[in-house]
Every structure is written in C-alpha cells, then in structure tokens.
Design a protein. Structure first.
Length: 255
C-alpha cells in the first residue's frame, strides 16, 4: 500500500492557506476551500479547481497548488493518467515540491511503471529531509519490480522513521518472508499486529508464515480472524460488490 502523510503534504498545505485567502476575495468564495481540502468529494473538488484555473489569476507556486489538489482529486477517482498530467504541470511550476513528486510517483506506481515511480520517489528523497512515507512508497515500487534487496533497505528506513506504521512493518515482514527469513518476518508481522490489532492484512501475512513454518492450526486461526475482519468491512458495501469481494477473498485463501 502506498501512503501519504501530513509531513509530505506540508508544502502544498502552506501554499493552500495563502491561496484560500486570495480566492475568498473573489465572488465565488467557496472555491478555494472546496479545491484545497482533502475531504472534499472528488467530483466537487475537480469542479472547484477547474473554476479556479479558469480565472487565470494565479501563477508560480500558487498555480502549482491548484494543479496539486486537482491531482489529489483525480487520485481519489483512480484516474492516474490525470494525476500524472496535473502533477507534471505543477512540477513544471514548482520543480522541487516533495509532495508533488510523491504524488506523481504513487500514480506511476499504480500504473505499474515502477522504474518511473522509483525515479520520482528518489528525487523527492534527494530534495527533502528523510521521510518514512516516501521510503515506504519507494520500497513498494522496488517490490513491484521484484527487487527485494532494495525494497528491504527502503522498508528498513521506513520502519526507523515511522516506527508506528503497521503497514511498513507488514511490508518489511513480507519481504523477509520472501527472502526466507521466516523468524524475522514473524517478528515484523507481530509488531504490526501490536500496532494495529484490527487490521486484516498483517493477520493474513502471519497466516502465510505459520503455514510456511508448518504450524497449520495457527495459520488457520489467523486466516479465519482476518476473514472475519474483512467481512465486517464487506458488510457495509452494496450486495453486488460484496459478493465480488467475498469471491476474491476466497480465491486468495485457496491460493
């Protein structure tokens, strides 16, 4: 799983505060907050950002901020080509923006373009201070291309910088398991479960480790608990999608 954080977004948030004050001087006083608030529904956010861009009153870093937030909205919709388009335009205006590089790198990752994603994450790490979220994201990209050694090194950094992230512990455990270090993998997954005991993913990972270690009863127990927790989420989804998710969960368990 790729991740974002307040630390990564700080540059864009600072610019957004300045932008909001400017837009509120315009007749359409709500456009700024709608465009630059992460919780705005995607379609509303895109529409607000479109209207601000149509005003043609911003340039430089402020204009980059509008493109950044529209890219965030496109990301919510899973339209990664549009994320890359807006993030690239924003980086043309503000080329050393770490949040933009992380966002674009994440979109390249979601498109399966791991080498390009790694390049963006690497640029972000060169520009800004050490950041656990970006190391985590680059680790995911290395894992995606099958480079487990570099993935492990990045997850090591992510765990050091963000020791309370269950996702980083889980992913590092997965790499250790793939490299044959079952005891190290188990220790990482156990830490992830201590941090986030209600997450299904670490339990699923631990079930795989228990099975590899020949402890089938423990594997079944963890897999069953993970399934129950996934079902709690699935129950909140419409019936058609619920059945598709159940089928997917079943396929994964059988595999």
């Amino acid at each position: 799983m790729r991740r974002f954080s307040a630390a990564v977004l700080i540059a864009a948030t600072t610019a957004a505060l300045a932008l909001t004050g400017t837009v509120q001087a315009q007749p359409r006083s709500q456009l700024g907050p709608l465009c630059t608030t992460e919780t705005t529904p995607a379609d509303q956010q895109i529409a607000a950002c479109d209207k601000i861009l149509a005003l043609k009153v911003f340039k430089g870093a402020q204009l980059a901020t509008i493109h950044f937030w529209r890219a965030v909205a496109w990301n919510k919709k899973g339209n990664y080509a549009k994320v890359i388009e807006d993030a690239t335009e924003a980086l043309r205006l503000d080329p050393k923006n770490v949040a933009l590089l992380n966002l674009r790198g994440s979109a390249w990752y979601d498109k399966g373009e791991y080498d390009i994603a790694i390049a963006d994450f690497s640029d972000a790490l060169k520009i800004g201070p050490p950041n656990g979220t970006i190391y985590h994201n680059r680790g995911n990209a290395y894992r995606g291309k099958g480079d487990l050694v570099h993935a492990l090194a990045d997850y090591d950094e992510a765990v050091k910088l963000t020791p309370n992230s269950a996702y980083s512990w889980t992913n590092r455990g997965g790499i250790k398991q793939a490299l044959g270090d079952l005891d190290g993998a188990l220790a990482d997954i156990n830490q992830a479960i201590r941090l986030e005991p209600t997450l299904p993913a670490p339990l699923t990972s631990r079930a795989v480790i228990w099975r590899a270690k020949g402890q089938i009863d423990r594997a079944v127990a963890d897999a069953s608990t993970a399934y129950d927790r996934k079902e709690q989420v699935v129950q909140q989804i419409d019936p058609e999608l619920r059945e598709r998710i159940r089928s997917k969960i079943h396929d994964v368990q059988v595999a």
